[in-house]
Design a protein around this ligand. Structure first.
Ligand code: MHO
Length: 217
């Protein structure tokens, strides 16, 4: 019998949502990831009709394995919102789901400001609603590696199950080069992927890790 952890949800905007979904997907304790739109005034936005919404990543996480504060640490480690965003949709924002999250958000901003000695423009907003983005934006990094994608789609033929899968979220993170190599090696065998696909995935992970490898073709 598998028991599922009681998860909490985090909703974060930090620019284009493709990268952050991969970043968080590879973090131990993150159970599900999805990308979408939040913070705007229109109903049912899409990527092309985004209006005043922000590109947003939403995570379900197990608070026994990873804390909200640790998620916020990664949030600030991976973008530096000290200027006006290039476009409204890339605004940095933390949508808090509880008074505790709000307090941690304000604290994390203060810490980042002290470290940078600059004002942080991240908005702290009460979570209201999240609209799921189109399928082509979900697990975007993974969609760039069709062999791995196809195999995962065979395991999770239904869109919803695919999107909610922890394995899919983690693989999306790993193809993006996120996560620790040791953890990757440990987990690889248990995600239901064939041996050749595991090798493909490892090659992608290492290639990202060696991003500045000096002997490029
Ligand atoms: N390639 C785009 C980002 C797409 S993201 C879903 C750009 O850099 O403008 O917004």
């Amino acid at each position: 019998q598998i028991t599922y952890p009681a998860t909490q949800t985090a909703t974060l905007a930090m620019g284009c949502f493709w990268g952050p979904e991969a970043l968080f997907g590879a973090m131990p304790g993150v159970i599900r990831t999805r990308v979408g739109f939040a913070g705007g005034s229109t109903e049912n936005p899409t990527y092309r009709t985004i209006a005043d919404h922000l590109e947003t990543v939403q995570l379900d996480f197990d608070p026994d394995q990873v804390t909200y504060a640790q998620l916020l640490e990664q949030f600030f480690a991976h973008h530096t919102p000290t200027k006006e965003p290039r476009k409204r949709q890339y605004t940095s924002a933390i949508f808090y789901h509880s008074p505790e999250q709000e307090q941690l958000a304000r604290k994390a901003i203060k810490t980042a400001e002290e470290r940078l000695q600059q004002k942080i423009m991240t908005e702290v907003l009460a979570y209201e609603q999240f609209y799921l983005a189109e399928e082509r934006h979900q697990k975007w990094k993974l969609r760039r590696v069709p062999a791995v994608l196809n195999e995962l789609q065979k395991i999770y033929p239904q869109e919803e199950a695919f999107n909610n899968s922890t394995a899919v979220a983690r693989v999306n993170g790993y193809v993006g080069g996120h996560g620790e190599k040791e953890r990757f090696m440990e987990e690889m065998g248990s995600l239901g992927l064939s041996y050749p696909i595991q090798q493909t995935l490892l090659a992608h992970f290492l290639a990202q890790e060696l991003g500045d490898f000096p002997f490029k073709a």
